[in-house]
Design a protein around this ligand. Sequence first.
Ligand code: BTN
Length: 225
Amino acid sequence: MTLGRPRLHLRETTSTNDRARELAARGAPHGTIVTAGVQTAGRGRQGRTWTAPPGSSLLLSLILRSSDELLPLRAGLAVADLAGPAARVKWPNDVLVDGRKLAGILAEARPQEGWTVVGIGLNAALNVDDLPPDLRGTAASLGRAPGELEAVLGTLLEALTRWLAAPAGEVIAALRGRDALLDQRVAWNGGDGVGTGIDGTGRLLVRRADGSETVLDAGEVHLLR
Ligand code: BTN
C-alpha cells in the first residue's frame, strides 16, 4: 500500500504526531503522512522534547492502520538504510551513527481505534555546529542540503514500505546486523548488564553481572560508556 498519500504539510506546527493523531482519530487512511518545517512542541519518548533547527530535519508522522510489535524497529531499519552500513539501531527506537543519534522514533498507538502513528525525526540536513555546545557531541546528520529534504522523504517512504512488508524473520536478522547494544554495557530502569542480542520476537537480551539473562520487551535502555 502506498505510504505518503494523502499528505498534510505544515510550515509550522506544535508536533506532527499531534496532528497525525487528530487525523487518525477522524478516520485518515493507512499511509497518510504529516510533515512540518518546524515544530514548536516536538515530542520525544519518556516526556522529552524534540528540538530541531529549522530546515535541518525531516519531521514526519505516518498513520498506519495495522499494528505490529516490531513497528518501531522496522522504522529504525528504514532510517538506517538511508544512512548506510555504519548505521546502528539502538533498541527499541533510535538510529545511531558512530554512537551519535541520527534519528528518534516515537510510536503512539490506539489499538481500540485501529491506528498507530509513527513519528520520525531524522537529522537529514543538520549542521551539528548549529546545536547548543552540549548537544554537538550527541547528534549525527545525513549531511544532506536543506533543499534535499523532499528527496530524503521519498527515499525514506520507499524504505518504510519495504520494511513494513518484510517478514518478521528478515526484520530480526537485519536488526541483529545493526544492533547498537550488542556487547555494550547498558542500564535500564531495573538494572544493568551487557547486551547479548535480540531474540526472535524483537526483545532485547541482556546479561547481568551475576551471569543471569534478562529479556526486555519495552522501555528505555541507556548505553553506558
Ligand atoms: C525520541 O528520540 O525520543 C523520539 C523523537 C521523535 C521525534 C519525532 S519528530 C516528528 C514527530 N513529531 C513529534 O513531536 N515527535 C516525532
